[in-house]
Design a protein around this ligand. Sequence first.
Ligand code: XMP
Length: 497
Amino acid sequence: TILILDFGSQYTHLIARRIREFGVYSELLACTTKIADLSFKPKGVILSGGPYSVYEAGSPHVDPAVWDLKVPVLGICYGLQEICHTRGGKVENCEKKEFGKAIITVQGESQLFQGLAKEISVWMSHGDQVTKVPEGFTTIASTHTAPFAAVEKAQDRIYGIQFHPEVTHSDLGKELLENFVVKICHAKSSWTMVVGAVSGGVDSTIAAKLMSMAIGDRFHAILVDNGVMRMNECAQSKVLLQEHLGINLTLADASELFLGRLKGVTNPEQKRKIIGNTFIEVFEAEAAKIEKEQEESGKGKIEFLLQGTLYPDVIESISFKGPSATIKTHHNVGGLLEDMKLKVIEPLRELFKDEVRELGSILKIDDELVWRHPFPGPGIAIRVLGEVTPSQVEIARKADYIYIEEIKKAGLYRKISQAYAALLPVKSVGVMGDNRTYEQVIALRAVETTDFMTADWFEMPYALLKKISSRIINEVDGVNRVVYDISSKPPATIEWE
Ligand code: XMP
């Protein structure tokens, strides 16, 4: 941990931000903090800038016990002046206040400037300056107006700089701070990583966005292409997550593996199990790869798994259960926890779906995503009844795409809770032109529900059904009949399998 003592500069939080980028934990505390009260021993201390004059009565001063820690100390602006003032140097009001850009010339071989240029453009913002350094200190950089732009007492590892390396206007400021934190303090990356599966759906996307806002690229999202996603879904989700939302993302294309294992399988529960287990396998392998890469770059281990659990899932798992039957095994990533020994983070676990959507709007996530209908983990595999083959998936995908497109065009998408097209495992006779056809059937499903526990079928306008049916039969090869599902849940379920 690097301790940052805040003397009130408007830039102090940027110091913490920069240090975080090196993967090092820092704690920002008030400048009046008593060293004896710390609950940790810092590897180094940074004294920030501040609006005061060190020589004025009432100005804040660091607890002298900081020097007994015998750890490296870096003073920035006021911090430098504080070091000089309290250790026998002199600080005075400068005739010419210095604000804005200045060029420093580096002298000597200080570790603080190791590997950096000899002339650096930096950001200054001060009215006082050091006019005499304490005993044992040497100058390591100066400008033409500030002879002591940077000083050090190398043997005690005490450094002071007049400029602000934490602002982006200072060139090489990040490198300088990194020299201090990593080379001088030897602070190691102690941050752990979080991984999480994303599907392109509302919950996982919002959970991922929150996580990446909180910890940046310490969070790594994994999108597994299981070969049974909707049309263009993976590519679109990748663009959304990575480019629009700035989330660190790996897309793992495992479609062949999934489809290979689904070959010949017709039992719905078995499909779910195969997909669930394969998912865990692929996810773990990807996470292991990421962890290896991160460890090599000194970034630490994966310790947490992000999950987009919502309140209804929590309620379900804590409420009283008698000998109730498993209707369907809903696949989630639960098995991952046992295998990977990860701790779970569930930022949405106290929210209902509508609250998650509201949160998505607050986070300015696209309406298109925020209002997206839920999509089951096993995807189109449970919407292709019977055996799941690539050509069957393609038919279901195309029909579904047309169906949803028309619903959206008609302005009904938000009125419907969930809609999809299923491909039935039967053939029916039809006629096209002068020829007899013997092809498959698409069943359209649309329901209204608030909790997905019970649902009513949606009263789709006939004209719209007519349009959808005609488009699907004309545009999707292999389909010659479309039916509309008018069953409520219960006794039917929302999915056909
Ligand atoms: P049922 O078909 O049980 O569906 O009425 C209720 C809701 O759950 C979704 N569903 C699943 N979601 N994994 C999921 O993540 C699954 O295996 C699964 N099966 C059904 C379904 O889409 C509906 O929203």
